[in-house]
Design a protein around this ligand. Structure first.
Ligand code: F6P
Length: 541
């Protein structure tokens, strides 16, 4: 992209705290926001549920139990416009390098566009080319996935990858469990703790196992250590690096990576690639999604893409005031920067979505857990909340006590399915009733003269309602979260697409590992040196 355009993108931005809307929101918060009572708002406005609900593709959202009114939303929309949200959305769409610290475009939405050519007649040539590359790779990957599914010799698929190269696929494969291929199991290994891979290998046979080494960079330490351990195990159990052997490594190891050369150096001859404009935590739609395609088949993988694409269209075309990712992203700003709520609980009332919170932790906190703006200047306001959670009803018997009666206000996101899964369907209404009851209890509270039994109420929550959990609705839900993260990140003026914060620990770990063997504590801080000595001696010191 020409330098001039890039400068315009950078310099025309206004940081949220420098806008008139920010000042107006502060005044609005002091005047009515701080003591806003959702129960009073419902009493005053019989149409509140309708006004604060939003239809989006495959997801219906009820926002009415949040501490917002029309004036709040209007001011938040002003803020979005004054921060240039629409221009930033357009910059992402046009493939401008909005990941400025790495000089990369952010185009994961291209991965789910249905047919080339992409971006219409006026698409930049590199986007049109990217679209063609996407479709070529997708077709190759899907036909490979279907061939694995039809190969009765392969009973176990082991995907080795961490962070964005593990969380998304494992979450999606778990969610779509009802559709797995009979007779095949898909396993995910991410931790460098040998317990994870070791305990799995004990149950496998090399001739019936396919290893997928999922790593964008093909350098991530944990993944490489596990990949080499899997390779050693394979070779020690009859496998061979000779492509003509009975059990060739080249047939049982496949790479999902942008680094084809490194994969080849490992001995892998089949690599499904992707591009630097796909961030790790946005990569399940790319070749990184191969375990999903193997688990549920090419048709269903395409349904996943189609669901996400439907949400993309909504995000790019719906007016801001009726745009669900925008409304949710603005709510996140309102709660984080004005109310000061520091965490948000994800409560999927769905066993299938039990890995969703883990996935969202990376999506939201790695994206928006930043302390400087796009120019590298320190921010005077908070960014990403802590995102956490567990499926309902399990969470009710664990941490909901604190959400109901603790001193912190924690907005909860209930994810509810209108129709349950195939197993024990008679239990589904009990599950749904519990979700609705929790949202109701949080809002209504209960007066009691006994302090222990008193519920203050007015505790905010959102309900995201899906017709059922399938590939299409899952795709839409995940794209909704991706765009919401973009919205809040844009308004905070941060780069949501880099992750420099994970670098330091990686470097220090590489420095410490040889010291654990040698015992060399020279130059270390006192605590690390003390622990190193204790770890080596195995005794109290
Ligand atoms: O934790 C940092 C990170 O770079 C993530 O952003 C990424 O998803 C993960 O590591 C894995 O990286 P790779 O796919 O290159 O192995």
């Amino acid at each position: 992209m020409p330098a001039l355009e890039q400068d315009i993108f950078r310099d025309q931005r206004t940081r949220c705290d420098h806008t008139p809307a920010w000042v107006a929101l502060q005044a609005h918060f002091e005047a009515t926001g701080r003591h806003f009572d959702v129960r009073g708002a419902f009493a005053a406005d019989p149409a509140r549920y309708r006004a604060f609900s939003q239809e989006a593709p495959h997801v219906f959202a009820d926002l009415s139990r949040n501490r917002i009114d029309h004036a709040t939303e209007a001011l938040l929309l002003d803020l979005a416009r004054q921060c240039g949200l629409e221009q930033q959305r357009q910059a992402m769409w046009m493939g401008e390098p909005i990941n400025t610290t790495e000089q990369r475009a952010v185009l994961h939405h291209l991965l789910r566009q249905p047919v080339p050519p992409l971006g219409g007649a006026d698409a930049a040539p590199f986007i049109a080319q990217a679209g063609r590359d996407v479709h070529r790779t997708l077709q190759a990957m899907l036909s490979y996935a279907d061939s694995v599914r039809q190969d009765a010799r392969i009973t176990d698929i082991v995907s080795i990858g961490i962070g964005g190269s593990g969380l998304g696929p494992s979450m999606a494969v778990t969610a779509l469990e009802e559709h797995w291929q009979a007779g095949q199991r898909v396993h995910f290994v991410s931790n460098v703790d040998g317990m994870e891979l070791g305990s799995l290998l004990r149950r496998l046979r090399p001739e019936s196992t396919l290893f997928l080494i999922a790593s964008k960079t093909f350098t991530t330490a944990e993944t490489m250590v596990n990949a080499h351990a899997a390779r050693d195990w394979f070779l020690a159990h009859g496998g061979s690096t000779d492509t003509n052997a009975d059990l060739p490594l080249a047939r049982h190891f496949v790479a999902l990576s942008t680094n084809v050369d490194a994969a080849r150096g490992f001995g892998i001859t089949t690599t499904f690639g992707f591009w630097d404009w796909v961030g790790g935590r946005f990569s399940l739609w790319s070749a990184i999604g191969l375990p999903i395609a193997i688990a549920v088949g090419s048709k269903m993988f395409q349904q996943l893409l189609a669901g996400a694409h439907a949400m993309d269209e909504h995000f790019y075309t719906a007016p801001l005031e009726h745009n669900l990712p925008v409304r949710l992203g603005l709510l996140d700003i309102w709660y984080r920067n004005f109310h000061g709520f520091s965490s948000r609980c994800i409560a999927p009332y769905s066993h299938g979505l039990r890995r969703l919170s883990a996935y969202l932790q990376q999506l939201e906190m790695e994206s928006n857990g930043k302390g400087v703006d796009w120019r590298g200047q320190a921010l005077p306001y908070a960014t990403s909340p802590v995102v956490w959670g567990e499926p309902g009803t399990n969470g009710q018997h664990a941490f909901f006590q604190m959400i109901h009666q603790g001193k912190d206000i924690i907005p909860v996101e209930f994810i509810v399915l209108r129709q349950g899964g195939r197993d024990l369907p008679e239990q589904h209404s009990r599950l749904v009733a519990n979700a609705l009851a929790q949202a109701q209890a949080l809002m209504l509270g209960r007066d009691s003269a006994c302090g222990h039994r008193h519920f203050s109420g007015n505790r905010p929550s959102t309900v995201l309602l899906l017709e059922r959990l399938n590939a299409t609705s899952l795709g839409a839900l995940l794209a909704l979260y991706e765009h919401r993260v973009f919205v809040s990140g844009s308004l905070w003026g941060i780069n949501s697409f880099d992750q420099w914060g994970v670098e330091l620990g990686k470097q220090l770990a590489s420095n410490l590992e040889p010291r654990l063997a040698s015992g060399d504590a020279q130059g270390l801080d006192g605590a690390t040196a003390g622990l190193l000595r204790r770890l080596r001696s195995g005794q109290q010191q």
